[in-house]
Design a protein around this ligand. Structure first.
Ligand SMILES: Cc1cc2nc3c(=O)[nH]c(=O)nc-3n(C[C@H](O)[C@H](O)[C@H](O)COP(=O)(O)OP(=O)(O)OC[C@H]3O[C@@H](n4cnc5c(N)ncnc54)[C@H](O)[C@@H]3O)c2cc1C
Length: 406
């Protein structure tokens, strides 16, 4: 530890998109922030497709995504069995959104966000793991594998590790969603395939019997391929079988120079039933993570990090950071997002929405625009006719709780 360093007012645990956003905005406001990250960046992370709803925040963080990442127009849903497909372009959403997003290589993207936090004035310690955290009425004490720090407030942004959630035993699995994912990268795509993919930058979602598959093009000519299954356990061979049998994947990866080994992640869909308290809050995946089918994770993580910082800055100035209900407005806002995106995911898995709306030959234009707004992550507006329909049907099928049946 550097003895010269000033004592932090706020400690952020985890330097993913949520933690870096929070640390950046707090530091910009003059707060002494210490961010502790167990890995050394750049490091691999899954979750490469962004949504338009998060884009305005990157400007606030001082991060320009245009240079390094791939422009993404929207999403294409494909049913290879019936031969149906439908393209949803973010530009066709209800007026007011960004109209596009990016596909990002997470190693580089997360590193850029972390460096931007450091540039804003946050102190960053990488390669240091937080092992314990103690809160009392006046302060928090954070213990790591390298030392101990005191602060006025602590933010858990540990992603799927969900540190406080595990300690407090407040992890509630979302059982009706995806159970496990297997994924890999195809590197060095044939230049023609690369051009074909980069033309729109769309994510392709293949509909499968027990789940779905993502195909995400990356700027340097790679394709991220993943399989999400609602069945557990998931064998790595399932991804091999899919890549061998899918005409879309075979077409796009023909002539690729290399395929990376398969990684698996399990039990990622959960919510934290107690995400904040006196002197602490959980943000990003540490607060809640839904199924990745609509690519909402990173965008909701940065939005949550931003909203949290905007609440914490004035509270610190007024000495109110010990109030147990300080982050209630954050979770009022984020719960709406989780509930709506959760309802859409529930419909995707458990109703005929894909047949009746996604692939409808002549969908109602207002409903279509409303659906695209939700696919863009624009969930806080009150003038979306598709949202009314979605919530009405969710109420009929058992209230607004987004937990689905097992
Ligand atoms: C299969 C799958 C596919 C996905 N696809 C997408 C997608 O296409 N688009 C999308 O937007 N989202 C996607 N996501 C979700 C996305 O990856 C997450 O929502 C996002 O990374 C959340 O950001 P975060 O900052 O909360 O957590 P993370 O990005 O996971 O960051 C948490 C950080 O905390 C650090 N950390 C953990 N514990 C400690 C500790 N004890 N001490 C110090 N540091 C610690 C970790 O090393 C990590 O760097 C996907 C998720 C899955 C599972």
């Amino acid at each position: 530890m550097n003895p010269e360093a000033r004592a932090p007012e706020v400690i952020v645990i985890g330097g993913g998109p949520a933690g870096s956003t929070a640390a950046n905005l707090l530091a910009q406001a003059g707060v002494e922030v210490l961010l502790i990250e167990k890995e050394t960046f750049p490091r691999f992370h899954i979750g490469e497709s962004l949504l338009p709803c998060g884009l305005p925040i990157y400007g606030r963080l001082g991060v320009d995504l245009r240079a390094q990442h791939l422009h993404k127009r929207g999403a294409e849903f494909i049913d290879e069995v019936s031969g149906r497909s439908a393209i949803y372009d973010f530009a066709d959403a209800l007026p007011g959104g960004s109209g596009f997003a990016y596909q990002v290589e997470r190693a580089a993207f997360d590193h850029e966000l972390l460096q931007a936090a450091e540039c804003a004035g946050a102190r960053v310690r990488q390669g240091e793991r937080v092992t314990a955290c103690q809160m009392d009425a006046h302060a928090v004490t954070v213990t790591t594998d390298q030392g101990r720090y005191a602060a006025r407030y602590v933010i858990d942004a540990t992603g799927q590790d969900a540190m406080f959630c595990k300690e407090n035993r407040t992890r509630e699995p979302l059982l009706g969603f995806g159970r496990a994912a297997a994924f890999c990268h195809f590197e060095g795509l044939h230049p023609d395939r690369r051009e074909e993919l980069c033309h729109t930058g769309n994510i392709k979602v293949l509909l499968l019997d027990q789940g779905w598959s993502w195909l995400i093009p990356l700027r340097r000519g790679a394709l991220s391929v993943g399989l999400v299954s609602r069945k557990a356990p998931l064998r790595t061979e399932l991804l091999d079988e899919l890549t061998a049998s899918s005409p879309t994947i075979a077409h796009l990866t023909r002539g690729a120079a290399e395929r990376t080994s398969t990684r698996i992640i399990r039990n990622f869909s959960f919510r934290n039933t107690r995400p904040y308290g006196s002197r602490w809050v959980c943000i990003g995946d540490a607060g809640c993570f839904l199924d990745p089918v609509f690519s909402s994770g990173v965008s909701l993580a940065v939005l949550g990090g931003e909203r949290m910082a905007d609440l914490l800055v004035p509270a610190l100035a007024q000495g109110r950071e010990g109030e147990a209900g300080l982050m209630e407005p954050l979770y009022a806002q984020m719960s709406r997002a989780y509930e709506i995106v959760g309802a859409l995911i529930h419909s995707f898995y458990h109703t005929r929405i894909v047949d009746n709306l996604f692939f409808a030959p002549r969908p109602d234009p207002a409903l279509r625009a409303g659906l695209i707004s939700l696919l863009a992550g624009d969930v806080w507006r009150d003038d979306n006719p598709f949202l009314d329909l979605l919530l009405r049907s969710k109420r009929r099928s058992g209230g607004l709780n987004f937990q689905a049946e097992s």
